[in-house]
Design a protein around this ligand. Structure first.
Ligand SMILES: *Cc1c(COP(=O)(O)O)cnc(C)c1O
Length: 368
């Protein structure tokens, strides 16, 4: 394929790299969806064709994550940030049962800030003192059994730290999986609610997946604004209003790629481990040049963050990376340095090309 030759290795944190076969399929079907005579963008969300697309996307997701029948899958809009508000609006109970928040980085902090506007919430853990470079262990945290829910962020996209172990709590657990959704299998039965915007690991911006345990839907009050009520979306099969049809279609193609081309989430996990070790091993080979932000045991498989000794070296590193078609490696301003996002769709060759540049740069710039 010709256009692929011009594609860069895209390390963007989000919206992020997409699987090439998915992009090719969109190109092939953009004018005329097979059997439809029109583009997916031009048909009613109530048409059989679109309902089939949405159900196929949902069913593939259910198969990939082995989602139990106790849980409902919703396709919503407003990104992960709208969930920061919808979660407390729908799930908070009385004053005496505040929700508990574990803040391990920038996104957890934003989630807490929005939740505070809606009702009783408490900060159970805050990693600010070590600049969100490490995670607590679940057995260090004392989660009150009667909390309305416990909220945490499985992968902090900006800091590059990621929980490896499943959460432990008696109350419902709510997880922002936006930047590591579908990177490996997950035991959904351990969660009350899982949410992820699509544009990191699951598709294009515009659709957000919410997986909610059905009994929690009973908490949604009729007095909530209509769109913000989970129960409406569950009762109406995510068609309470017009869903983001194109984004749902693309998400379905990504699910199909994961299921049939990759071969499922166990395989995806092994590939992700392989890519992350290629990058982290390059970092660790040159400790004078590359200093990881994350404590090694908390390193993210999705976003590798590191700094160089000074800004001059960082900008030379980035300029040289660009000449090698390694794109969007600049770190978030709050952490600085370099951030390499190596989501599901980043090929192993991309991780290898980055590691090669890291080796070359370190050996041509000896640090005194
Ligand atoms: C990107 C991201 C968000 C924000 O998602 P939006 O769709 O922009 O609202 C929230 N949480 C995490 C962990 C993210 O990576």
């Amino acid at each position: 394929m010709n256009s692929q030759e011009k594609r860069l290795f895209n390390f963007s944190a989000g919206p992020a790299v997409m699987p090439v076969p998915v992009l090719e399929r969109i190109r092939d079907e953009i004018l005329c969806l097979p059997g439809c005579g029109a583009s997916v963008m031009e048909i009613s969300h109530r048409s059989k064709q679109f309902i089939d697309i949405q159900h196929a996307a949902r069913d593939r997701l259910i198969r990939l994550l082995k989602i139990p029948s106790t849980h409902e899958v919703l396709f919503l809009q407003g990104g992960a940030r709208l969930q920061f508000s919808m979660i407390p609006m729908n799930l908070l109970r009385s004053r005496s049962e505040p929700a508990q928040y574990i803040v391990t980085g920038a996104w957890g902090k934003y989630a807490l800030g929005e939740a505070k506007k809606e009702g009783p919430v408490e900060l159970l853990y805050d990693g600010a003192s070590h600049r969100y470079s490490q995670l607590p262990r679940w057995d260090e945290l004392q989660v009150p059994d009667n909390a309305s829910y416990l909220h945490y962020t499985s992968n902090e996209t900006i800091q590059g730290i990621q929980f490896q172990a499943d959460p432990v709590a008696k109350c419902p657990v709510v997880c922002d999986c936006s930047s590591d959704f579908l990177y490996r299998p997950l035991d959904v039965s351990k969660y009350g609610l899982i949410y992820a915007c699509a544009q990191k690991n699951a598709g294009p911006a515009g659709v957000t997946v919410v997986i909610i345990r059905r009994d929690l839907l009973e908490r949604s009050s009729d007095s909530l604004p209509g769109y913000l009520n989970y129960k409406h979306h569950a009762d109406e099969d995510s068609m309470w209003n017009t869903p983001p049809t194109f984004a749902v279609y693309v998400l379905g193609l990504v699910m199909e790629w994961l299921e049939t081309t990759v071969g499922g989430l166990e395989v995806m996990h092994r590939i992700n481990q392989q890519k992350a070790s290629i990058v982290y091993e390059a970092m660790d080979r040159h400790p004078q040049m590359y200093r990881g932000h994350a404590r090694p045991i908390d390193r993210s498989l999705m976003n590798a963050t590191f700094t160089l000794p000074n800004e001059k070296l960082e900008s030379e590193f980035l300029a040289g990376a660009q000449r090698r078609s390694l794109d969007s490696l600049k770190g978030h301003r709050s952490v600085g340095g370099i951030r390499a996002s190596i989501y599901n769709a980043m090929p192993i060759e991309g991780a290898a090309a980055l590691a090669q540049w890291m080796d070359e740069f370190a050996s041509t710039n000896p640090i005194a």
